[in-house]
Write a protein that binds this ligand. Sequence first.
Ligand code: FAD
Length: 634
Amino acid sequence: MEESGKNCIIFYGSQTGTAEDYASRLAKEGKSRFGLETMVADLEDYDFDNLDAIPSDKVVMFVLATYGEGEPTDNAVDFTEFITAENPSFSLDNDPPLGNLNYVAFGLGNNTYEHYNAMVRNINKALQRLGAHRIGEAGEGDDGAGTMEEDFLAWKEPMWKALAEKMGLEEREAVYEPIFGITEREGLTRDSLEVYLGEPNKMHLDGTPKGPFNAHNPYIAPIEKSYELFNVKDRNCLHMEIDISGSNLSYQTGDHIAVWPTNAGEEVDRFLDIFGLAEKRHNVISVKALEPTAKVPFPTPTTYDAIARYHMEICAPVSRQFLSTLAAFAPDDESKAEMTKLGNDKDYFHSKVNAHYLNIARLLAIVSKGKKWTNVPFSALIEGITKLQPRYYSISSSSLEQPKKISITAVVESQELPGRGDPFRGVATNYLLALKEKQNGDPNPNPFGLTYEITGPRNRYDGIHVPVHVRHSNFKLPSDPTKPIIMVGPGTGVAPFRGFVRERRKMVENGQDVGKTILFFGCRRSTEDFMYEKEWEEAKQVLGDKFEIVTAFSREGPKKVYVQHRLKERAKEVNELLQQKAYFYVCGDAANMAREVNAALAQILSAERGIPEAKGEEIVKQMRQANQYQEDVW
Ligand code: FAD
């Protein structure tokens, strides 16, 4: 900070990119509105033992997402361990250790999880304990209620006020200053070897990708086979087998695989078109950070086409704050007024934008009635649109059975929305659907009219490949295979349990003894979307009465039946299995199902053991703490 003359550092702990995006937005706003000299920093890249050396005329901001069961994001693990330790060892001998540190904190969480915003709460507590001074409130955004963006916007205004007061900052008229400089590279074309056409890094550009494969470096994996688990009108569900034998990747049953998607051609066209970039889409540009601490989020030289296709979430929800920035570059006064209104009025914004799942290009075309937004600096787009994120999938194979082949079970994201011509289509799952169609013989797949650059940059994904990496999770079978397990996984929530059942099946084939294995599965109809139906029968052949699947077909009877109802019908057995120290697993929908199942289990315990319901809830909590109750929900 000293070397680059900075007085504000914004650390982020981010898993899916939102916290990173908020950190960049704070940096930008701090600079343009208050003249703060800001820098954004990945928590992973810093040594924390000198946090105590930051003087009191500077400020540190923490933007921290909570992941899974109250855990830090991957890049914040070391920091969390360090700062929450009983006696973190700092570089100086201050008393209290962080007595000079001024900080600001915002957390990103989801209230449907047990440990809501645990990260920001724990870090805040630790910093306070070490004597640091918080400016403003520690904000909390709630993805569960769908109010993350609004919570962030509502938190930051009073925070800026408190910060301006504390640091004696004068607010000024915010003027847009680009963070990135764009240079057209006349001497290069997209055929030049040094031009990135979507390759994630230099090794991929050179055609020599090497491990370790991780969140910065995907493995371009062959898809061995792919098919649909069911195919009823407008609903597609994919099973894919991904071959990792050519890599040093490994996985354990219950881990996650991340798929690196590409945007649909139609959306790339729409995006480039509205910003007047369609004609020069293949021109080569270099992007440079105009200040030393900013990082260009993709490798360059590259093309506009490659950036929109491989590196930006051009289809994602639009940020209200970003609209205020874009208003200054509107093609006419009417569009400018509309953008300003959308940026300032949250209810208006919601009804016009969010409710229709508009992405940035669709929205701008509506606002300007088709006029192009050619005044928008490309830097503003790099700053305002998040980096395209890999999507996670619960691995549905068993590493005991097939250590070098990972399977995915994914439902294709598609939603009909009123007031929108075509349905909303998810980025990654429709790309996977196109890959499946290609693999099954269609030379030019276009699911729902969407086309993809399926063969990847420089055709390196040809032969049906998909870029992936593996993320290890804590969602694991008991180490003692004779322990009973109860699994609750409706819909695609069944994914990891296919892996669990196959693992136990393999164990029995290997002559091992396994405990009772009971799966609660739910879907609409036995004849419509009963995934892996045959496999469960085969598992039964091997596992005998050790395995049972209990089904809830929600649309077959006069009343809707869900997994939690079936669980209650089996209350006596569930309770007995838990008394035998069964592990209890839930996977799938975080918003409703996981919560209902948690409540149902507490009620079962209360009824079967003759204890108050609050005590039942307490037992479930203890089970979670002891890892006897595990969730893999999204
Ligand atoms: P996206 O394009 O990312 O859209 C997803 C949702 O985002 C939309 O439904 C919508 O609610 C919102 N959204 C996107 N764009 C807009 C917009 N412009 N305006 C408003 N809202 C918008 N899925 C599975 O099918 N199987 C699994 O086994 C599985 N396991 C998972 C495990 C983990 C740990 C996690 C975190 C997720 C898992 N998921 C799984 C979900 C998966 O990662 C993807 O989120 C899902 O497949 C949708 O991806 P997509 O790119 O197709 O959709």
